[in-house]
Design a protein around this ligand. Structure first.
Ligand code: HEC
Ligand code: HEC
Length: 202
């Protein structure tokens, strides 16, 4: 049985097809990300109040967060690198590292979204000063710079910001050392003010 050119081309074609199918096996990043919309909103634009916007966060922050959720064991809030969660630990476990990376790149490309968040304008104004002295160094541009790899705080829902800060302050989630140094200096009122400041960012 001799090979002719036509058969060879067909064979190469089918090998390429098989390669392509393997590379694309499983759902696309968009299809996976769409399953998050019930809580995080269409295109990662949360309609609040307890789920954060995912749109525009850096892929590396997204990946660290998802791996942190995955690492969370039942009843162990503090395992190395683990992040406390009410629900995300169960959700994150359903995805491979490759799928998490694909979703991270997808959300990053959507660009930062700042929700129109109800907040107290007077507190936000006072919070601007706290922000400048205690948070701006790491949460640049009002907390909207993905490259800081410190999450997106600008235009996040106030209850979400408050839950995050409570997790840190109560020791459920490990605070970066230098952030803790700043946070420990602030009164509850100052923290409340600066969270209103982040929520107010448009
Ligand atoms: C049932 C609601 C729900 C669904 C569905 C959901 N999330 Fe979440 N997500 C939350 C909540 C609530 C939090 C805050 C952490 C917690 O309490 O679990 C959160 C937090 C996160 C964070 C941390 C963001 C930050 O700024 O620190 C990421 C990343 C995330 N979710 C990704 C996803 C992805 C990706 C999907 C879909 C595959 C998804 N979530 C589906 C509710 C949900
Ligand atoms: C020395 C740098 C630094 C300073 C100063 C700092 N932060 Fe952070 N912050 C970080 C980093 C890094 C993270 C991400 C932590 C992680 O990966 O778990 C973070 C995370 C957060 C989060 C959670 C975001 C999320 O998506 O889950 C909140 C809320 C927050 N910071 C608020 C503040 C506030 C308010 C201040 C000022 C009082 C402040 N930070 C000062 C570095 C800093």
């Amino acid at each position: 049985m001799g090979w002719n050119k036509k058969a060879l081309v067909a064979l190469i074609g089918s090998v390429c097809m098989a390669g392509a199918t393997t590379a694309l096996a499983g759902p696309s990043a968009k299809a996976m990300a769409d399953t998050c919309a019930g809580c995080h909103g269409t295109n990662g634009q949360s309609i609040g109040p307890a789920s954060p916007n995912l749109a525009g966060m850096s892929a590396s922050y997204f990946i660290d967060s998802m791996k942190g959720f995955k690492a969370l064991e039942k009843d162990v809030q503090h395992a190395d690198g683990a992040r406390p969660a009410t629900i995300m630990n169960r959700i994150a476990k359903g995805y491979s590292d490759e799928q998490i990376e694909a979703m991270g790149e997808y959300f990053e490309k959507l660009g930062v979204y700042k929700a129109n968040v109800p907040h107290d304008a007077a507190k936000a104004k006072a919070g601007a000063e706290v922000y400048e002295s205690a948070c701006a160094k790491c949460h640049d541009e009002g907390g909207s710079l993905p490259g800081d790899d410190a999450g997106i705080l600008a235009g996040q829902w106030l209850p979400w910001l408050q839950f995050s800060m409570a997790d840190f302050k109560e020791g459920h989630r490990e605070m970066p050392k230098k952030m803790k140094k700043q946070v420990d200096k602030l009164s509850d009122a100052e923290i409340d003010a600066v969270l209103n400041y982040f929520a107010s960012q448009k």
